[in-house]
Design a protein around this ligand. Structure first.
Ligand code: MG
Ligand code: FE
Length: 169
């Protein structure tokens, strides 16, 4: 099925651009959440995973005889930069960032679920296996965020109280 192979290539490129965007987003968040050490630690480790994921996708594209699309990657990076900057003056950037992260992980989960099915349809078992590795990391990150968002929210609200008290003095 030559056509499913073409779709697989296109979706792998899209996923590679998505991971480049994730890398920019996560680095942007890291620089603004010094007061949230657990969140920072999890984001730092997911940032490392994200770089590995992008490399796995490159491996998949190389196996199909395709380099990844650099133009698309560059565009993805610009978009992510804009997004990581947009919350800077909001005051609740840690909450905006958490919302964006949780949403982004689910987009990644959907992307890899699609890629695994497409790889299997194209008879590319090794590509399916690499995408399953990425999928498991996205699911773990989404699960961590789900479990820790209440805690991050409480930390944010406590800090907001402290900040407004000191502003009153
Ligand atoms: Mg990812
Ligand atoms: Fe992710």
């Amino acid at each position: 099925m030559p056509e499913s192979r073409e779709w697989l290539i296109q979706w792998l490129r899209d996923a590679h651009a998505m991971e480049e965007q994730a890398e920019t987003m996560l680095s942007g968040q890291l620089s603004r959440i010094e007061s949230y050490p657990e969140l920072g630690e999890r984001i730092r480790s997911h940032l490392e995973e994200t770089k590995e994921q992008a490399m796995r996708l490159k491996t998949c594209l190389d196996a199909l005889g395709e380099g990844s699309s650099m133009l698309k990657d560059a565009l993805g990076k610009l978009t992510a930069t804009a997004q990581s900057l947009s919350g800077v003056f909001a005051g609740d950037e840690v909450m905006k960032g958490s919302l964006a992260s949780y949403t982004f992980e689910h987009m990644e989960i959907a992307s890899y679920s699609i890629l695994i099915a497409a790889a299997n349809a194209a008879g590319e078992a090794e590509i399916a296996r690499l995408c399953e590795q990425n999928l498991r990391e996205e699911e773990a990150m989404a699960e961590w965020l789900k479990n820790n968002l209440p805690q991050v929210t409480m930390q944010f609200l406590t800090r907001a109280d402290v900040d407004s008290d000191s502003a009153k003095r």
